[in-house]
Design a protein. Structure first.
Length: 563
């Protein structure tokens, strides 16, 4: 007798075979699906990288084609400090000087030898652009860690990357973009440390601190706040002992202390004073004293004015609506963020991210910094340009604002849409006439106001002529003059400068550029105030400018002076 399976047995067998086939297919497909997800993520990241890179390059070309890359006096001065290392009567690394921190001038040495890279500003702009890329992706990573949401992270990164003032500054050889990158990296490593409790992130935090303190003096204070954040985290979140907390803080602080020690040693060796950068005649301190004696400092010892001044600068650089979104993001950070982030941890992270904001307000309060814009109704000089001064400092609040915009976007889908719409609206409102950093650099106190002097010099000098010129006062004039820096006798030429300042005719100086009033400029102070214009026996006024004059050596004066 032949046994045949019943209908129910057939169904069971089919279901079993179907289940077995489904399981086999799942075994085959699952790894492929995982690979596809990884590949998709990589491609998405690659597209984002190309987009941000294209945005950076396009912004640079846009501002370069409009002659705006070198609008700031400081932009040209930064480039010249790098160029002096190779193009100088007395070349060498000592030409980097002892007032501005060195990293901004060391990095461009890779390109500064090229005439176009120097004169176009690209030798410095390149590193600002790379820093912009690092900052954009650093902010993305921070938000992704805090929210576990890639879309929110993208929104926050867009708030940073699409900011027009940031796009302008990343196109210039200024220091803000580079410093922001190192700060963002330090914030990323700190957030990772709070998530993983791995001491390697403290070491990385120390390395980024080292880079901060060699880029801007902001970093000296901000890394102090970062040290405090590490201490608070270890004591109140990790519940570590004082000795263990001290050990971990030292792990972070050692590279930072090493960076500061390097700069103090440099100043001691080169200028015989470890605090030359802080108290010397060309320091920010000397500048503040000069302004204070003339008109007072609006913010000094006034915490209200200091806070209001920085808030106005931040609004001008970022936009009031975006700042409001970020404030909403801070509130939501305490309500909706990851459960692992207890309140103490959240507060410490906010404190860490706010470091540059805290520094700028305190620097204004203590009189270490000056900032002005029309909304403050204060003008330290009769010159209309004085209504804008250092307004770009407000952009240092952008990483903080962008991160919390990303956290706001994590609230709901509607919040994401609102954030994107406001980011785009802010771009429309800022373009084309309200990019405050361009206003600051083109018509403010930081703008180039010696075009008549440099133009006349460019038309008058020959390739073999020698020019006496104080780079501390007229570095941009030297940049715009068309002269090679090895034609210029300046403070960095040592004994030759001292000799030429006393007797320019004996030093075979063909041209003298000096201020047309007593403002502390060395040539005027020596040749006119001290020597009562004795040099006019050998020199004739060639050009009387708005802010500076040019004198030319008289024919046969060199022969006469030697006789």
């Amino acid at each position: 007798m032949i046994l045949t399976p019943t209908r129910s047995e057939e169904g069971t067998t089919e279901r079993y075979q179907h289940h077995k086939m489904k399981k086999a297919l799942k075994t085959i497909i699952a790894p492929q699906k995982a690979k596809l997800q990884i590949l998709t993520t990589k491609f998405t990241g690659l597209y984002a990288f190309f987009f941000i890179t294209l945005l950076s390059i396009s912004a640079w070309y846009f501002f370069y084609s409009r002659n705006l890359v070198l609008a700031y006096n400081d932009a040209m001065s930064h480039l010249n400090l790098s160029r002096l290392v190779i193009d100088n009567i007395d070349p060498g690394l000592t030409q980097i000087g002892g007032v501005w921190l060195p990293l901004t001038h060391v990095l461009p040495l890779t390109l500064i030898w090229n005439e176009w890279a120097w004169q176009s500003g690209f030798a410095g702009s390149l590193f600002s652009m790379l820093a912009y890329l690092v900052s954009s992706f650093g902010i993305y990573q921070i938000i992704k860690i805090l929210t576990q949401n890639k879309l929110s992270a993208t929104v926050g990164a867009a708030a940073f990357a699409l900011n027009l003032n940031m796009l302008y500054l990343q196109s210039t050889p200024m220091t803000e973009s580079l410093y922001i990158a190192f700060f963002v990296l330090s914030a990323l490593f700190f957030v990772k440390y709070t998530q993983k409790n791995d001491t390697k992130f403290l070491i990385l935090l120390g390395i980024t601190g080292f880079l901060q303190v060699l880029t801007r003096y902001d970093g000296w204070f901000v890394v102090g706040l970062q040290s405090l954040a590490v201490i608070l985290y270890e004591l109140f979140v990790h519940r570590k002992s004082l000795s263990e907390t001290f050990g971990k803080t030292v792990l972070f602080a050692f590279p930072v202390a090493f960076g500061i020690a390097l700069w103090l040693t440099w100043n001691l060796i080169i200028f015989k004073d470890p605090f030359f950068f802080a108290l010397g005649p060309y320091s920010a301190h000397a500048q503040q004293l000069s302004i204070e004696s003339a008109s007072g400092l609006f913010t000094k010892y006034n915490i209200y004015n200091s806070t209001v001044a920085f808030i106005f600068a931040a609004i001008a650089n970022i936009g009031l609506s975006l700042i409001a979104l970020a404030l909403g993001g801070i509130a939501l950070f305490f309500i909706n963020s990851e459960k692992k982030l207890i309140k103490y941890k959240k507060a410490i992270i906010i404190f860490f991210l706010a470091g540059p904001i805290i520094f700028n307000i305190l620097a204004l309060f203590l009189g270490f910094s000056i900032l002005n814009l029309p909304e403050l109704n204060w003008n330290p000089s009769d010159d209309p340009a004085g209504r804008w001064f250092n307004v770009r400092y407000g952009v240092l609040a952008l990483p903080f604002i962008a991160i919390f915009i990303g956290i706001f976007a994590n609230w709901k889908k509607l919040a994401t849409v609102i954030a994107l719409e406001i980011i785009l609206l802010q771009i429309i409102l800022m373009y084309p006439n309200n990019i405050i950093t361009i206003t600051d650099g083109t018509i403010g106190s930081s703008s180039y106001q010696y075009a008549d002097t440099s133009d006349n010099l460019r038309q008058s000098i020959d390739d073999n002529d020698t020019i006496l010129l104080s780079l501390s006062f007229y570095n941009p004039v030297a940049f715009k003059s068309g002269a090679q820096l090895k034609q210029i006798v300046h403070e960095g030429t040592g004994a030759l400068w001292t000799q030429a300042l006393t007797s320019p005719e004996k030093s075979k100086v063909d041209w003298i550029v000096m201020s047309n009033g007593s403002i502390g400029e060395p040539a005027y102070s020596t040749l006119i105030t001290t020597q009562k214009s004795r040099f006019l026996k050998y020199y004739v006024l060639h050009h009387k400018g708005k802010h500076a004059d040019i004198y030319q050596l008289k024919p046969n004066s060199l022969v006469t002076s030697q006789n």
